[in-house]
Design a protein around this ligand. Structure first.
Ligand code: SAM
Length: 240
């Protein structure tokens, strides 16, 4: 399907994703800075601002990896709130948990699949998924789960790569298909994982396709914000 990932058959995809993130976990943060030229920090800062998360809120960070968002949210919610860091990958989650602890937060942390969240319905004020949806085998199922655990009035934020503005496309393709794998090889000795990254980005739904998918699943008042010419897009939807 056009919501899937072409080069890897669907049944293989989750195994492949597991391998990729176990292999990049060590160098994930430094590679993020390098490959996005530091921009991922701005994209995440914008996400946190738009989230409206404040003291006492309950936040779920799905596919939270090394905890960039969880850390920022933990600072916002204070001791009366809670931020759950979750990810399917043990190596990524272990790094995220260590970072939370190093910064004085205890978690909570849970290893789980976004397609089957171990949380009660109608619980969270805000659910986020940053650069994670792209890797999920059944995006509709994952979105439906995120919607289920939101309380009525709660919001879902999806930060993800998207379709770049036309005139930028040739430069962007060159960057992602030539420079990224080369950097991956030089810095992490792993060109394949970064080739996967570029391909998964290209296969991911466009701004309007993702908006439609979120609406189909039952999210309301869905809107989105392009950043860096559509390299990345933040989608927001509400549970009513
Ligand atoms: N959110 C973090 C960030 O923005 O830096 C990490 C993003 S990282 C590119 C993608 C993460 O998605 C990986 O840690 C991977 O293990 C996780 N992931 C992939 N498929 C998943 C699934 N089905 N359920 C939960 N997490 C998943």
């Amino acid at each position: 399907t056009h919501f899937g990932f072409q080069s890897v058959p669907e049944a293989e995809k989750s195994k492949h994703v597991e391998k990729v993130f176990s292999s990049v976990a060590n160098r994930y943060d430094i590679m993020n800075d390098l490959m996005s030229l530091g921009l991922h920090r701005l994209w995440k800062t914008f996400t946190i601002q738009i989230s409206g998360v404040g003291p006492g809120d309950r936040v779920l960070d799905v596919a939270g990896g090394t905890a960039d968002l969880s850390l920022a949210f933990s600072r916002k919610v204070g001791s009366s709130g809670q931020v759950w860091l979750t990810d399917i990958n043990h190596a990524m989650l272990a790094r995220g948990r260590d970072r939370l602890i190093d910064n004085g937060f205890n978690g909570p942390v849970a290893q789980c699949d976004a397609e089957k969240l171990p949380f009660p319905s109608n619980w969270f004020d805000c659910v986020t998924v940053a650069f994670g949806l792209r890797n999920m085998t059944h995006k509709d199922q994952a979105l439906a789960e995120m919607l289920r655990v939101l309380r009525p009035g709660g919001r879902l934020l999806v930060l993800e790569f998207s379709k770049v503005w036309g005139p930028l496309a040739p430069a962007y393709d060159f960057y992602s298909f030539k420079i990224l794998p080369w950097m991956g090889q030089r810095v992490a000795n792993d060109a394949d994982s970064y080739r996967y990254l570029a391909e998964s980005i290209r296969m991911h739904p466009s701004q309007d396709e993702l908006k439609q998918l979120m609406e189909q699943v039952g999210l309301k008042r869905v809107d989105y914000f392009n950043m860096t010419g559509g390299v990345v897009c933040l989608h927001r939807g509400y549970k009513m």
